[in-house]
Design a protein around this ligand. Structure first.
Ligand SMILES: [Zn+2]
Ligand SMILES: [Zn+2]
Length: 719
């Protein structure tokens, strides 16, 4: 075949099938006599169809991940070749490029090595596969994509087929019929084992998974049964202690889990210890759910009990539940240190998805390096009240015995916080508070030591930053509570001071549990896991309470009653309704948590006259009113402001789900532009944006939106 030297001479191909693969295309040699590649030219919007087709290769079923990505903006290049890229993506078969198997450069970790003699049970998935291709969206013609196939065979460096039914090492000697167990089934099986699900259930799901690509027979089942059993044994015997010395042990772990470490700084005279962990799956979730959305921090977890405190970065998944996407273990929160690992994390995301951008960063600690976060993420910083609320509530319940006093103290503290927007004199109110409850010595002692010195700082943070919603606060608290339950169960109290134990716990049990939750939800399997996962935040539990179960005290607005759904003879009293500082007498609330009764009552109060709006609504109102009050004369500046405001509204409509709230409505009705509110809300999937747009273009827009959603759906299949 002749070598073609210009893109214009490569035929454009658009196979009619919904999905297609390399075999459906004619490949052209492109380049010159010394160097040329095998390429094919397809419409850019068919790239996903090609990738899905390549994944469903019968001989080597696999997935492709983006190993590297680069982007340019149009107009950046003055001169360019006709094959120059606008977007460049290197896709690699997910059985590579690393080789964790026998003969691979990277040692399998010890828990896999326990059984080195028996290759059948080794669950590693990185087989050193070299199959990869590049997709270039053309700079000169962005509607076209040039596929450059560098290695089409699924072989390792030695040239052997390294996975799939043709891989002779697939699951052990003599088991040619069984394909190598793919990443997803392996992760599923491991997750189920870590979560303590009975072996027969695990086996059933495992076989179901394998049969999806190799049919069923007795041999398959018996080998699968051996595999699951052995994997279970290995995991049971696995230990966090790779070495008696914690430091040496953690170094070994890092060496063996390079792909899950995005930043590491060993302790030295000048530098403190920092370990940043993010698995491949977490990276994908961060890119997927963090992009143009909110990223949150759960800071300073376990300051007192762990050797080093834990910092978690979270995103809000398709159900707005908090999903941990990176863990940082360190004692240092100085600016230079934080900026080092934050930059490493963002670089990592952008090396895969160059345009990755966060819309807001949610913090829970007023002492956080806010300027730094704003600079690095280039987005506004929001503040969540959950940590303050939780800390106060827990201590009130613990340190005051009388429930009436508990309610009153919490309410008064709430009033001081609400006062950040003016009203009563804050220091006077605080003084009065200290006087009124002077006999509550235990609580006052705590409050004076822990809060009084820094209260002004916290209040000013609340005043100066937008405040997060109760749904987000509840989701963060749910993560925090889960983390606590997993880490501080009584069985490992002796290990709390070891970093290797913490790392092990996070990357095995906790990671598995989130993986399985998401998997169950997205594949609509494991119904009980899915249900538990959906109900894991107080917001979702509150949605299950019907409105008629709530009755309000109409006269003084002092309390609300919520009839229990399980036992209708039981009623919970929510004191101080319509406030973040509402106090419920149920046992969940008594442990310091934001309970579903409080959330439900506040949902109802939001829409009633005579109740104050929640802190987050107030904060939102403040921002909008600020915008509204800006004195603009009738100059060109007004046109610009109008254009920007219009853009902003448009974006919010697309990005944020809105409760049909009269509070926001009244504010926005005052603004020059009409706000189109969305009735009801979707609970599944990212917010859809097929809202009516203020101007006549809604039809064409919604078609685009539909296409985008379809693309997202397809992309999620690739992950
Ligand atoms: Zn491969
Ligand atoms: Zn409650």
């Amino acid at each position: 075949m002749a070598i073609v030297e210009s893109v214009g001479k490569i035929p454009l191909q658009d196979p009619p099938e919904e999905e297609f693969c390399a075999a459906d295309l004619t490949w052209t040699k492109f380049g010159n006599a010394e160097h040329h590649d095998e390429v094919a030219l397809i419409p850019y919007d068919r790239v996903d169809a090609f990738i899905i087709g390549e994944c469903t290769n019968v001989e080597c079923p696999t997935r492709f991940h983006i190993e590297r990505g680069r982007k340019r903006t149009i107009g950046n290049l003055k001169e360019y070749k006709d094959d120059e890229y606008l977007e460049y993506r290197l896709y690699w078969c997910s059985f590579g490029p690393e080789n964790y198997g026998e003969g691979g450069g990277i040692l399998p970790s010890r828990r896999y090595r326990l059984n080195t003699r028996n290759r059948a049970a080794r669950p590693q998935s990185m087989r050193g596969c070299t199959c990869h291709f590049v997709v270039k969206r053309l700079y000169a013609q962005p509607s076209l994509a040039l596929i450059v196939y560098n290695e089409r065979r699924h072989i390792n460096k030695s040239g052997f087929i390294c996975h799939g039914p043709l891989d002779r090492d697939a699951i052990g000697p003599g088991a040619k019929k069984i394909p190598y167990i793919c990443n997803e089934i392996q992760q599923q099986t491991m997750s189920m084992i870590y979560l303590g699900i009975p072996e027969e259930n695990i086996l059933e799901k495992h076989i179901e998974g394998i049969q999806r690509y190799c049919g069923s027979d007795a041999k398959v089942s018996s080998l699968a049964s051996q595999y699951v059993h052995k994997l279970g044994m290995i995991i049971k015997r696995s230990t966090h202690e790779l070495d008696l010395d914690d430091q040496a042990s953690i170094r070994m772990w890092i060496e063996r889990n390079r792909k899950s470490v995005f930043f590491h700084q060993d302790t030295s005279e000048s530098d403190p210890f920092i370990l940043g962990i993010q698995t491949e799956w977490q990276l994908q979730q961060m890119i997927r759910f963090g992009h143009r959305s909110v990223v949150a921090a759960d800071s300073t977890f376990g300051v007192k009990r762990l050797k080093y405190p834990l910092f978690t970065l979270l995103v809000f998944d398709s159900r707005q539940h908090a999903l941990p996407v990176a863990w940082v273990i360190t004692r240092s929160f100085t600016k230079p240190d934080v900026s080092k690992w934050l930059k490493a994390l963002i670089d990592r995301a952008r090396s895969v998805e160059p345009g990755w951008k966060v819309s807001g960063f949610l913090i829970d600690d007023a002492a956080a390096e806010i300027d730094l976060l704003r600079d690095i993420f280039c987005c506004p910083v929001l503040f969540s009240l959950w940590r303050v609320r939780r800390s106060w509530l827990r201590n009130i319940v613990k340190k005051c015995s009388n429930i009436e006093i508990q309610r009153e103290i919490f309410k008064r503290l709430g009033r001081i916080v609400y006062n950040i927007w003016g009203g009563i004199n804050a220091s006077l109110a605080l003084e009065q508070f200290l006087l009124d409850f002077v006999d509550q010595t235990a609580f006052m002692e705590y409050f004076k030591v822990m809060w009084l010195p820094k209260l002004e700082m916290w209040l000013s943070t609340m005043r100066n930053f937008p405040l997060a919603s109760q749904e987000a606060s509840g989701a963060l608290e749910a993560y925090h509570v889960k983390l606590k339950a997993k880490l501080f169960d009584d069985s490992h109290l002796g290990a709390l001071q070891r970093v290797d134990w913490l790392v092990h716990k996070l990357t095995t049990e906790l990671h598995s549990s989130y993986w399985l939750d998401r998997y169950a939800d997205e594949s609509d399997s494991f119904q009980n896991v899915k249900e538990k996962y959906i109900a894991s935040t107080s917001w979702h539990r509150a949605l299950q309470i019907p409105d008629y179960a709530v009755s309000l005290d109409d006269k003084d607005h002092l309390f609300a009653k919520v009839v229990s759904q399980k036992d209708s003879s039981l009623t919970h009293i929510v004191w101080n309704p319509g406030s973040e500082f509402a106090f419920c007498d149920c046992s969940w609330s008594m442990q310091g948590n934001l309970c579903k009764h409080v959330v439900k009552v506040n949902m109802i109060c939001e829409n009633l006259k005579g109740y104050q709006p929640s802190m987050s609504f107030r904060s939102f109102q403040e921002v909008l009113m600020d915008l509204w009050k800006k004195p603009v004369d009738d100059s060109f500046a007004l046109d610009l402001s109008l254009a920007w405001t219009h853009q902003m509204l448009d974006q919010i409509q697309k990005q944020v789900e809105l409760n049909n709230s009269t509070d926001i409505g009244t504010v926005v009705n005052n603004m020059p532009l009409k706000w189109v509110s969305k009735k009801g809300r979707t609970y599944i999937g990212k917010p859809s944006s097929s809202l009516a747009l203020p101007h006549g273009s809604s039809n064409t827009k919604s078609v685009v939106v539909y296409k985008k959603n379809r693309k997202r759906k397809r992309l999620s299949r690739l992950r």
